[in-house]
Design a protein around this ligand. Structure first.
Ligand code: ADP
Length: 295
């Protein structure tokens, strides 16, 4: 699904953000990317998003070589991606429903599709009851779930989550990662999640890629990362569970008789809208620039 072949990225003469990175991610795989600040994680994600191109090497996503992509093809490519950021980037002047619906409006989806899919996505993230709420009325964890609903509503093949738990408390953080896990499981969505939360991710049996100074220094559930998490845990006071932990109701929704699975199968963009999207609007649908695309 995603292949990096000997990818290096330099910024100017002095900064080597990535050095000779070779990596394969399977379709439907869940990969955590860890590493200290400045290690090259964002650069790695920007390459997948085709925001940056390699100085050398090549990147192939879903059979397409990104280096060779024409500018007019980029918006269509980005429709494959659902992007979730640390700072949520949801539109503060739109309610929960409209935030998620906006991602479909910008790609010209029909009203019928919008109502069905937005309802589905909000149900999936456990926010149906907050559809009319404004972002200011939501907790950080809830805002991030709106961002997740927006990332998946257009049936992304790949979800890129850049520090999605960076601004939320530990209990909600676990809910967000659990939710990503469920999306991965049910939709077979490939998920790449950058995080500093080694103690949180060490609870999951998923691949962990560690980047240091632009190089991959470990891959898979490497003991070093788990050791780091265990050491950190031992040094910290016990974290009390917050009261009223959210029940996102995910399993209940997916396994109900409400036709959810057949709805998953019926996902698909209206062909007629395919030519209309601009690069800017397409990227807004991925959540990258929502604030500036409201008008
Ligand atoms: P991380 O996401 O792991 O914190 P980054 O990928 O943002 O790391 O950065 C890797 C290195 O590249 C750092 O030294 C950073 O300062 C540098 N860098 C990132 N973006 C740019 C840029 N646009 N111009 C110059 N240097 C950059």
């Amino acid at each position: 699904m995603i292949d990096f072949y000997n990818v290096s990225k330099n910024y100017g003469k002095d900064v080597k953000a990535l050095s000779d990175v070779t990596l394969h991610v399977d379709r439907g795989e869940f990969v955590f990317i860890v590493g200290s600040s400045g290690a090259g994680k964002s650069t790695f994600l920007k390459m997948i998003m085709r925001e940056e191109v390699p100085s050398s090497g090549s990147i192939v996503v879903d059979g397409v070589e990104l280096n060779k992509m024409k500018p007019r093809e980029i918006p269509f490519y980005r429709r494959k991606l659902g992007i979730v950021f640390q700072d949520f980037r949801i539109i503060q002047t739109k309610n929960v429903y409209d935030n998620v619906a906006f991602a479909m409006h910008v790609i010209g989806a029909t009203q019928k599709d919008i109502s069905r899919r937005v309802a589905y996505a909000l149900n999936l993230v456990g926010l149906s009851h907050k559809a009319k709420s404004m972002p200011s009325e939501l907790s950080g964890g809830e805002q991030q779930r709106v961002a997740l609903a927006r990332a998946l509503v257009n049936r992304a093949d790949i979800i890129i989550a850049d520090e999605p738990t960076g601004n939320i408390d530990p209990v909600m953080s676990k809910d967000i990662v659990d939710l990503l896990m469920q999306i991965n499981l049910i939709h077979k969505t490939t998920i790449i999640m950058v995080t500093h939360a080694v103690d949180l991710i060490s609870q999951y049996d998923k691949r962990i890629v560690k980047i240091d100074k632009g190089c991959i220094v470990s891959d898979t559930d490497h003991p070093e990362v788990k050791d780091e998490a265990d050491a950190k845990k031992a040094a910290e006071p016990v974290q009390e569970e917050l009261p009223g932990k959210n029940n996102i109701g995910f399993y209940e929704d997916v396994n109900s008789d409400s036709g959810t699975e057949s709805f998953i199968d019926s996902y698909g963009l209206p062909e007629s809208s395919a030519e209309e999207v601009t690069e800017e609007a397409s990227f807004a649908s991925a959540g990258a620039d929502s604030g500036s695309n409201e008008n």
